[in-house]
Design a binder for this molecule. Structure first.
Ligand SMILES: Nc1ncnc2c1ncn2[C@@H]1O[C@H](COP(=O)(O)OP(=O)(O)OP(=O)(O)O)[C@@H](O)[C@H]1O
Ligand SMILES: [Mg+2]
Length: 158
């Protein structure tokens, strides 16, 4: 069941959905293939490949499932759902005296993102698009790096 729209970009959209029986909520990223293409876009394949390589890695958004529907020209990526993004948190905090400052919460997020980037690089993935919009804040307040659409496999990028 559709709950709410979470974000959209050039690729398609991200929605929050809920399993009617279990109540579990997931974020669903849907991309439509360009009209002249018969295969999922490279962006989608790179994202699925990176998220698969990063299964179980702390502070990285976790892939639950994916589906590529060739006749419907649609690819769907199911991920754990976050509460908000770091970009939203910075915006919400900006009016309070002009800066978020290095509060304890900000320091923890910085530390978690740094740990995530170290693990991502150690797994042979280059994220290449780290920014507040791509850092998710989970319900427990923890940070997770997301959006691997621009990522590259380090071993094939030399
Ligand atoms: N797992 C998630 N839980 C909650 N919100 C999410 C999740 N994944 C993505 N979003 C929201 O959707 C937005 C776009 O998702 P994502 O960054 O993966 O796509 P994108 O291709 O980079 O889009 P854009 O080009 O607009 O940045 C995010 O900035 C965030 O607000
Ligand atoms: Mg993004």
């Amino acid at each position: 069941m559709f709950v709410k729209h979470l974000g959209s970009g050039a690729y398609g959209r991200v929605d929050l959905v809920q399993d009617d029986t279990t109540g579990e909520q997931l974020a669903v990223k849907t991309a439509l293939l360009p009209p002249a293409e018969h295969n999922p876009s490279l962006t989608t394949l790179r994202e699925i490949s990176a998220l698969t390589a990063l299964r179980g890695v702390e502070h990285v958004v976790q892939l639950v499932a994916f589906h590529i529907d060739t006749p419907e020209r649609r690819s769907t990526i199911y991920m754990e759902a976050a509460e908000t993004t770091l970009a939203n948190k910075i915006k919400e905090n900006a009016p309070k005296g002009g800066g978020w400052g290095l509060t304890r919460e900000a320091r923890t997020i910085l530390y978690e993102v740094t740990c995530a980037m170290r693990s991502i690089n150690a797994a042979g993935v280059w994220h290449r698009d780290l920014k507040p919009e791509n850092v998710l804040i989970m319900r427990d307040g923890g940070a997770k790096v997301a959006d691997f659409g621009l990522s590259r496999d380090a071993s094939s990028s030399k």
